[in-house]
Design a protein around this ligand. Structure first.
Ligand code: HEC
Length: 473
């Protein structure tokens, strides 16, 4: 929710001049005057039990329930009535359910979208007085999972010590090392991050440290939790003793990027057995390079952990590349956005061999506005990849295609990203607006600097790839 929008709605709902004021939340965003376009005859009487409960239970309740990420519950008639106007506002603006990718452009696994008909039903329900209807017709709640989506893992990698979250109302960014030691080297099919304080964990971006067992290191040494390292990588990483302890080069071990990823509602993809997977050395660590906690007002400890699911030896390991910041192709022009400017940048990369695209992860920071990615084949065909019409820093999913997308050799992947550095952008971190750029070196990782990254995972193409389903079985 863009807070200023919410606030505006609240303010306008206080109708001055009334004898007493009913502070009806968001009422200007959800006027109760009947909409002429919508028939309100008795044949279309909308009730919670028959029409609204199925929409909310199937699209909202998985997050909006106790202990989950959503800020309030949506499990009953009473819950729905209490939040009715907010629900109408966030569904009409398509802020909820969170799914920034445009489903009219391309489809991904786990897509969340309400149809226009469902959105209209919510509005009608409110206009007709939020009727409950025959409560015996209310469907049961779907079966929700707690903890692991997948069930019992083969291995759990825990924090050495819980992360302390100061209750000071600020966002907190941490870098966390999770060392582990197992009896022998093995293979992993997928990792699952399980948040402890689910209302606070905004997102996690973690890598598997691939220590070379021929060299010396101690994954248990040093700090395991460090505050935001983004301003001083080197110093913080050395405090965490991540490097090898012998004096050979390179000092810093290889990272297998983005093996552990999380944001609310994200469930890791589980590819067919011959696709993907990792080697897990018997001694090693996972580095949550970035774990972002939302603001809270009470001192708390977070003991999130990582579930590990073993699998066969990887046959077709997945590769990952990115265009833009730190990537294989530059941003054109350089990423500098003047104050009060809305500007579009471009990055392009020619695909050297046939590839099969599995997933994409568009990444920008606060003033991102929209992003479009597609490939243009040598025969001038367009292969759609992803379109995000309304960027939201909060919801940066890895989007997995239902089936791999073949991109033939010689195609050019084009990425266009637009930024809004005006004062009108409620997410602008600076008031008045200032020049925002990619920044220098490590600075570019700060949320007040910008980034343009189009991350994608792929395999070298094999005939038939485009027919293999990537849906979780
Ligand atoms: C993937 C998890 C998820 C799903 C699914 C989801 N929500 Fe949310 N919702 C959240 C989170 C987290 C927030 C708070 C952070 C934010 O506003 O971005 C939120 C915020 C909201 C808010 C704003 C609350 C406020 O006061 O700021 C409303 C209203 C809301 N959701 C309603 C819904 C409705 C209605 C649906 C289904 C159509 C839905 N949500 C689906 C996670 C979810």
């Amino acid at each position: 929710m863009k807070r200023p929008e919410l606030r505006k709605c609240m303010k306008n709902s206080l109708v001055p001049g009334l004898f007493f004021i009913i502070p009806l939340l968001f009422s200007h965003c959800s006027s109760d005057t009947p909409d002429k376009k919508i028939p309100t005859g008795s044949d279309t009487l909308v009730t919670f039990s028959e029409h609204i409960a199925p929409i909310l239970f199937n699209n909202c309740s998985s997050c909006h329930r106790p202990g989950e990420s959503g800020p309030f519950s949506l499990l009953s008639y009473k819950d729905a009535v209490t939040a009715a106007n907010k629900i109408r506002f966030v569904t009409e603006t398509r802020y909820m359910p969170p799914w920034p990718a445009d489903p009219e452009y391309t489809h991904f696994i786990g897509e969340r979208k309400l149809t226009q008909e469902q959105i209209d039903l919510i509005r009608k329900w409110i206009q007709q007085g939020k009727l409950q209807g025959d409560s015996t017709k209310t469907p049961g709640l779907p079966e929700f999972y707690t903890g692991s989506f997948f069930g019992k893992p083969d291995l759990v990698i825990r924090l050495q010590k819980a992360v302390f979250l100061k209750g000071n109302g600020n966002d907190n960014f941490y870098t966390v090392k999770l060392p582990y030691s197992i009896p022998k080297d093995t293979f992993v099919r997928y990792f699952e991050f399980v948040p402890d304080k689910r209302k606070l964990v905004h997102h996690v971006n973690g890598h598997l440290i691939g220590y070379n067992s021929m060299r010396s290191f101690d994954q248990y040494k040093g700090e395991s939790v460090m505050p935001d390292v983004r301003n001083n990588f080197k110093e913080h990483f050395s405090k965490m003793s991540l490097s090898y302890t012998d004096k050979l080069q390179p000092e810093f071990p290889n990272l297998n990027p983005n093996t552990v990823y999380y944001l609310p509602g994200y469930i890791p993809p589980v590819y067919p057995e011959n696709i993907g997977g990792y080697q897990l050395k018997k001694e090693g660590a996972i580095l949550l390079a970035n774990i972002h906690y939302g603001p809270n007002n009470k001192d708390l400890y977070d003991s999130s952990y990582v579930n590990v699911f073993f699998g066969p030896k990887p046959q077709r390991p997945i590769r990952e590349l990115q265009l833009g910041t730190f990537g294989v192709a530059p941003i054109e022009p350089a990423l500098v956005i003047a104050p009060n400017e809305i500007k579009t940048f471009h990055s392009q990369w020619q695909v050297p061999e046939d590839i099969s695209l599995l997933s994409v992860n568009p990444h920008m920071h606060l003033i991102g506005k929209s992003m479009l990615a597609y490939a243009l084949t040598p025969s001038n065909d367009t292969i759609r990849i992803i379109k995000i019409n309304k960027w939201n820093f909060r919801w940066q999913y890895y989007y997995t295609f239902p089936k791999m997308i073949k991109i033939p050799a010689g195609s050019v992947i084009h990425v266009f990203a637009t930024y809004d550095n005006t004062a009108k952008n409620p997410d602008n971190p600076f008031h008045p607006p200032r020049e925002i750029s990619e920044g220098e070196g490590n600075e570019s990782m700060s949320t007040k600097e910008e980034m343009l990254q189009f991350i994608f995972s792929f395999l070298p193409y094999q005939p038939g790839d485009e027919n293999i389903s990537l849906e979780r079985k």
